[in-house]
Design a protein. Sequence first.
Length: 264
Amino acid sequence: MNRTAFSVASCLLVACIALGVCGCGTQESAQDVPGIASSSPTSGGQARIASSMSTYIEFLLDNDKTVSTHMSERQRAILERALDNDGTLSKADHEEAWNNYRQCTVDKGYTPVVTTVYTEGVRGSAPMVDVGDRGEEVLQKVYQDNAECNELEYGNVGTVYRLQTGNPSLVQDHAEGVAECLRRNGLVDKTYTGATFDQEREESADLYGKLMGELGVQEAKRKADEAYSFDRNDPQVQLCHVTNGIDIRQENPDDSEVWHPFGE
């Protein structure tokens, strides 16, 4: 699997289903999460999604009143508890929302949805789904049902939890968010920036493209990862990515989780 695509096996329909944010081994564009422009930049001058996590949660709760698909009362209650806790969402509440989301997919006749799991219980932003040979119409129905369950029970909670875990400054640009997280955890030096990250990512992608045909997917990926200043297999590095919109483990077929909504 390369950086931006996945293979479709013979007689199988395999695709990505977003969990509230874009993904599938790729990055969100400028933190494409529901947000409000903030007039209060970070200390580094970066634009922010909101001035504070509490402000962001208030926005999500207010915005829910204006959209066609509303959050369940259970998801709203979890966000309201976080708001009462100075904008901090508990791990237990995050897991509750995730389990409610999984139960919703079961109630629609599927197996419980699965996705990659990172440290701190953070969930990857987009699972792969395999409906076997059931065809495009069935795949689209799974898309629709999953999206409804996600929006109803988990989407906004998942976004808040990812942000507070790996992007507490609410940096809007995904590359800057990754870089700040890496610096904060001592995984790169203090001069490392979002521009550095973008440059290394481009170099890695170019190298992967050149080597894939010669070495195969896994070895080409291993070589391409050497373009980075950090170990992409480090759990904390991976957490910095996924909490800033890059579901890094979905880039590796050996690490990615595949949801079989009708069973294997």
